[in-house]
Design a protein around this ligand. Sequence first.
Ligand SMILES: NC(=O)c1ccc[n+]([C@@H]2O[C@H](COP(=O)([O-])OP(=O)(O)OC[C@H]3O[C@@H](n4cnc5c(N)ncnc54)[C@H](O)[C@@H]3O)[C@@H](O)[C@H]2O)c1
Ligand SMILES: [Zn+2]
Length: 461
Amino acid sequence: MPAGELYAVSTVRGPTKTETPSSRGKQKEYRLIRVKDTWCRVEIGQEIPCTLEEDQITVSQAKIGEKVSESGISWTIQAPIYFRYKVIESQSLLDPGNLTLLYGHVFDSQELEAYQNSKKTQKRFIVIDMTVDRLYGSKVRKYFEVNNVNYKIFALSTTEETKSMTLVLNILEEVHKFGLDRRTEPIIAIGGGVCLDIVGLAASLYRRRTPYIRVPTTLLSYVDASVGAKNGVNFCNCKNKLGSYTPPVATFLDRSFIQTIPRRQISNGLGEILKMALMKHKGLFDLLASHGKYLLDTKFQSRNGLASHGDAALKATRLAIETMLEELAPNLWEDDLDRLVDYGHVISPELEMKVLPALLHGEAVNVDMAFMTYVSYERGLLTLEEKDRTLLCMKGLELPVWQKDCTLQLISKALGDRLKHSGGQMRLPLPTGLGTAEIFNDVSEETIKRAYKMWVEECTA
Ligand SMILES: NC(=O)c1ccc[n+]([C@@H]2O[C@H](COP(=O)([O-])OP(=O)(O)OC[C@H]3O[C@@H](n4cnc5c(N)ncnc54)[C@H](O)[C@@H]3O)[C@@H](O)[C@H]2O)c1
Ligand SMILES: [Zn+2]
């Protein structure tokens, strides 16, 4: 595997059988084989009735179950879905000599050669955040011009308030007018998490799934919004209510974009990095606790680029992405509801939408995590020292640890909703130390109330 390249591959389990033995009729299960151009069923356990050589036969991982009963036949289809996408660190992504942006998503070396030797002019549709366009647009245009690409740049004001289906449809209309080869010409999104989420949803809808590439330009989108499969837009005043699980073909990470974002936006991204540290990685927590100010001051820029392994910015972003991928890759479709990455995302969606635009996403996440730190302490999972160190680290990262609109009423409503949407169980991820965590279903209302009281007493003082 080339250095700096991370892979996430996931399959999705098919439905499980729910019938009781008494309800079973006559059942058979078939696998599917392709002989020349035709797929056919072969009952599992039976020989493949064919005179062809093995290498002329393709066996699918899909299965068809068949149940015959008096009322008719029912078929059960199990079809594993396979995703493969790349997350690649790259320097000078907009340097015309760096072909990552054009071909970095291609897996196969033969396919890459075919691309590069092809006489066909490459086409790319690029959606870019308006601010990013102002700062980097001329470089983006030059990149495609020098590389002789037929391109269209669609600049949009992508904010939490405009993160809606309207923008998705605007993008789709432009994509449709421009015309793309769905197999070989991925849509490129360049911007923060809002831009990447909107474009991801648009791409997942166009011709049912058009490949897309993410180029994150904020710290938050660099470590979080760009590494998983999710996309979405706000709907009916609810955060990310419409969306899909459609990973990009590739994400290209270039930290130099981060140098132009305001300091508050760096803190915002640090909120999501801290989430991973608190849940999974004591080393990352220590790094944030001791180098937080340095990271804020230097805006995550390294002196020696990707080679300086001792560099705090490189270490922090890599650890955040690696820990995130460990949790996401086996659960890309979030079938498993016990997710540590939900930490900070239980109360924050409600809070973020309520106070919009007062809190940034990572700030709302941190207010949620600060409250949950008290829940953990009250539940006996964190020591007093661990609680205090957590709060101190949050403050050092210049993140809010309290917000007046985060009332007990809002918290109770958010927890009630969680119960409703998580199969009747709370499934609260809570820290059990610095860098370790577990999921809990037994946090009482009493604990929540005590935690809230202490949180208000200590954090508003
Ligand atoms: N899909 C996911 O898994 C996932 C994960 C986490 C967050 N998100 C989503 O991401 C969004 C938040 O992302 P965000 O924090 O990047 O916000 P954002 O996209 O709103 O960007 C923040 C601001 O920074 C500006 N900006 C972007 N890049 C810049 C640059 N290089 N220089 C200067 N300014 C720049 C933008 O114009 C914007 O004003 C939320 O909507 C959240 O729901 C999604
Ligand atoms: Zn988040």
